[in-house]
Design a protein around this ligand. Sequence first.
Ligand SMILES: [Zn+2]
Ligand SMILES: [Zn+2]
Length: 139
Amino acid sequence: MSKSADEQHRLKGRCLCGGVKYEVRGPLRSVVNCHCGQCRRTHGHYSAYTAAARDDLVLHDDRTLSWYESSAIARRGFCGRCGASLFWDAHDQPTISIAAGTLDQPTGLETSAHIFVEHLPDYYTLDDNLEKWPHGLPG
Ligand SMILES: [Zn+2]
Ligand SMILES: [Zn+2]
């Protein structure tokens, strides 16, 4: 494994105030932008999530980490002090979604798709060539 690939598999991240610090000890999925109404409300705009195996996510500091049951299928992890939105954690999946903007740079990641474009709000348009899915990722 090359040095850069190894570094990509040990990315670190944190919230704005540093009350939540984490490390990902495994591969990360490409970034997917979610345009659903829930992401819009909690991020203030659309979200950009990568994902990792839950077992690969190590919390080095979770002093200010809070969880909000945002739907019947998932909870969202956020910082109770600075308000950063960090995680989307589906109850029945082995992976956890991680807000890409909370990762330290450089991430080495690329954005691959838009999801829930059926819920696109009226104040922006998508004019790139990335995959677009009306709801979630297929499969
Ligand atoms: Zn914080
Ligand atoms: Zn969403």
